[in-house]
Write a protein that binds this ligand. Structure first.
Ligand code: DC
Length: 223
């Protein structure tokens, strides 16, 4: 067993995984890893290099030609530069979901994720952390919330950023991404058999973090 656990957090988009994972990592002094940011960055790189999102082998070559690194706060750097909000657009949400369908891309990103997490002391959030990336994670959570609640949260987030978008548009896009994440052949979004269900509809992000923190502390003791 690792001296400090690997904490896997999976769930559909908009369930609040990033906020919760970041806060949980901060409370424990662990590294936070937003794995969706890796897929988003592949979609962005492809756009910049004129590579089609449907071309798995060329996308994987792109991944291999660049350096991906997370700093201690969980900010993703590409070749030494912070990736930032450029990957947080609706186009990159769509692109990430498309590039994530290719085995070559998933394999290339799997290596990066395993290197970061292998010694523990890390909170990784995504879709396949507990099932594929770290099936041996010491503790696994599956965060979920209703479609409406998830759309409402994303809507408020984007509104705060000044984006011109409607709740209905977000709900439709989210349903489409949910469908593609759950129905894809490779590493589909699925709750691991040994994951703890965390229904998030009626709890604030901080209440969810407190709940998870209690569970982690009741199972592990580390400095
Ligand atoms: O968490 P997110 O919305 O930033 O993720 C963007 C897309 O990346 C999501 O639609 C599916 C894909 N993804 C994945 O396939 N596996 C992961 N571990 C994380 C994200």
């Amino acid at each position: 067993m690792r001296p400090k656990p690997v904490i896997a957090i999976d769930g559909p988009s908009g369930a609040g995984k990033s906020t919760v994972a970041r806060e949980l990592a901060r409370a424990l002094g662990f590294q936070f890893v937003d794995t969706g940011a890796l897929y988003r960055t592949v979609a962005l790189l492809a756009d910049e290099d004129g590579v089609d999102w449907s071309h798995g082998p060329r996308l994987a070559k792109l991944v291999e030609g660049h350096e991906f690194a997370f700093d201690s706060k969980g900010i993703l750097y590409l070749d030494g530069n912070p990736v930032g909000d450029a990957v947080r657009t609706p186009r990159m949400s769509l692109g990430a979901s498309e590039v994530a369908q290719h085995s070559e891309v998933r394999e290339a990103l799997l290596v990066i994720q395993r290197v970061i997490g292998k010694d523990g002391g890390v909170v990784l959030e995504g879709r396949d952390i507990g099932t594929v990336v770290f099936p041996d994670a010491e503790i696994k959570f599956f965060l979920d919330a209703s479609v409406l609640e998830r759309a409402r949260r994303r809507f408020e987030e984007l509104l705060a950023k000044g984006r011109d978008i409607t709740l209905d548009q977000i709900a439709r896009e989210q349903e489409e991404r949910d469908r593609s994440d759950r129905e894809r052949t490779l590493s589909p979004l699925r709750k691991a058999d040994d994951a703890i269900d965390v229904p998030c509809d009626d709890m604030t992000a901080m209440q969810v973090v407190e709940h998870m923190l209690e569970l982690v502390k009741s199972q592990f003791s580390f400095d």
